[in-house]
Design a protein around this ligand. Structure first.
Ligand SMILES: [Zn+2]
Length: 96
């Protein structure tokens, strides 16, 4: 067992490969946040109550919602935090 927990950014995309935000942790002591994109709104603590059990966001370019189980995204992001060589990965969220 190790207590090492690093940093990691999970980029989120719709099935058409449009970016729909990022789940990130930029420093070991920081909370995980959701960053919708600089022009679209502030970063916020993630996952919030409203993000359970599924995280749903709208792709502005497709004008359609995309969604994934929050626990699936958390697992992917957590794996990144424990991965020393890779700190960025992309997750594709299917259309609702
Ligand atoms: Zn899209």
């Amino acid at each position: 067992m190790t207590n090492y927990e690093g940093i990691g950014t999970l980029k989120l995309e719709c099935p058409q490969m449009h970016p729909v935000g990022r789940i990130l942790k930029e420093a070991p002591h920081q909370q995980v946040v959701y960053d919708p994109g600089a022009q679209l709104g502030p970063r916020r603590f993630w996952p919030d109550e409203e993000d359970q059990p599924r995280f749903t966001i709208r792709c502005r370019q497709c004008d359609k919602p995309v969604s994934e189980a929050t626990s699936t995204l958390q697992d992917k992001h957590r794996n990144l935090l424990f991965n020393i060589t890779e700190s960025t990965e992309t997750a594709t969220l299917p259309f609702v």
